[in-house]
Design a protein around this ligand. Structure first.
Ligand code: PLP
Length: 390
């Protein structure tokens, strides 16, 4: 990279998951076979009614700038969804729609954080929070969790300091699939209120939950709601990753700040995607239910098969579509790191996974079961033979 670029860009760590996808595409273009278990997106098509609505939107001429915070009918429906599904009451002007959850999160960190602030982030974790907090000037306090990776109030108590400005929670979690229990969430909420700390609650996997019912931290009362920025999107629940549409719900003050920032940054998100999202929320939950059932089937299959392989261990995920494998026992000989192990798995077996280093979890490897059953069967068999030949 050119030396005279900003320190900000020099200090930025590229996304490990995106890096893996680039490598997978390179191999496919070179004609090499790949079993791709690294993807962070559902392999299902966007529901047909949603895509049809987008075509209608184009035909109707909804192809211009929209309000920065998003079209009002969409914000109204998001408010309705948050009330009905999550038990939190927001008005449409307490909601902003953006270019995917990722952009919304960027704007949130820029709005809340600066030099001198500390952000508490449990690991293993999706690395974007860490990079975005640092881009905003904050320092990050990583909280290492051990299997089964549930973030608890005890972790919060142990790691907060007078500089703590934000706690990040992501339940269900990428990459662990762990779900924070209602009891722990309540305790975390009490600490946040007592210490006046903001909570960024990324709930993008809320619909991909296998055992329990999703619980939103903002639903515990006005005190915690005032401090919470609930972030969510359409990528995972509606297989709409390419439409780039996400949202945040928070106090009017926070949303106004996000609106001003987005006004200088994006001028809102794609009008057509917004009409599609409107339809996603209006439609029935049949597609979501079908997708969840299929993910559950795949999770059960993957967990059953992986548990037969010696040398690795994992926690059965309660949500999302990832299994985080502990490959620590396989390291130290030929492969010193999980990154080297994952690389060798790709080179010798053609199986793409994401090394734990991308999630601040060295010694681990993330497998995604968002790939179809055929791919999963092939992938697990290849992982098994890779390990037994190691
Ligand atoms: N939050 C988490 C935890 C994710 O895993 C991802 C994508 O992988 C996102 C947010 C980004 O979602 P979006 O496509 O809405 O930007």
């Amino acid at each position: 990279m050119q030396k005279n670029f900003s320190k900000r860009i020099h200090n930025l760590t590229p996304s490990g998951t995106i890096g893996t996808q680039v490598e997978v595409s390179r191999r496919i273009a070179a004609g090499l076979p790949v079993v791709n278990l690294s993807l962070g997106e559902p392999d299902f098509a966007t529901p047909r009614n949603v895509s049809r609505k987008a075509v209608e939107a184009i035909k109707s001429g909804y192809t211009h700038y929209t309000p920065v915070s998003g079209i009002k009918p969409l914000r109204e429906l998001i408010a309705k969804k948050l009330f009905e599904d999550n038990g939190v009451s927001y008005t449409p002007d307490e909601i902003i729609v953006g270019v995917g959850t990722k952009q919304i999160l960027y704007a949130v960190f820029q709005t809340l954080c600066e030099e001198g602030d500390e952000v508490l982030i449990p690991t293993p974790v999706w690395s974007t929070y860490v990079e975005q907090a640092r881009l905003a000037g904050a320092s990050v306090k990583l909280v290492p969790l051990r299997a089964p990776f549930e973030f608890t109030a005890r972790d919060v108590r142990k790691h907060i300091s007078p500089a703590t400005k934000v706690i990040v929670i992501n339940t269900p979690s990428n990459p662990t699939g762990a779900v924070i229990s209602e009891r722990e969430l309540k305790k975390i909420a009490r600490i946040a209120v007592r210490e006046n700390i903001f909570v960024i609650s990324d709930e993008i996997y809320e619909k991909i939950l296998y055992e329990k019912k999703h619980c939103s931290i903002a639903s515990f009362g006005e005190d915690i709601k005032r401090l919470t920025i609930t972030v969510n999107g359409f990528s995972k629940a509606y297989a709409m990753t390419g439409w780039r549409i996400g949202y945040a719900a928070a106090s009017k003050e926070i949303i106004t700040a996000l609106d001003i920032l987005s006004g200088q940054m994006t001028f809102g998100t794609c009008s057509i995607s917004q009409y599609a999202a409107l339809e996603a929320l209006r439609g029935t939950s049949v597609s979501v239910d079908k997708m969840r059932a299929e993910f559950r089937r795949r999770r059960d299959f993957v967990c059953r098969e992986l548990s037969k392989i010696e040398g690795i261990s994992f926690t059965r995920p309660n949500g999302a579509f990832y299994v985080l494998l502990d490959v620590g026992k396989l390291l130290g000989g030929t492969y010193k790191t999980s990154e080297a192990w994952t690389r060798a798995l790709l080179d010798s077996e053609g199986v793409a996974a994401v090394a734990g280093e991308a999630f601040f979890a060295p010694g681990y490897v993330r497998l995604s079961f968002s790939a179809g059953m055929g791919e999963l069967k092939k992938g697990v068999a290849k992982i098994s033979s890779f390990i037994s030949n190691q």
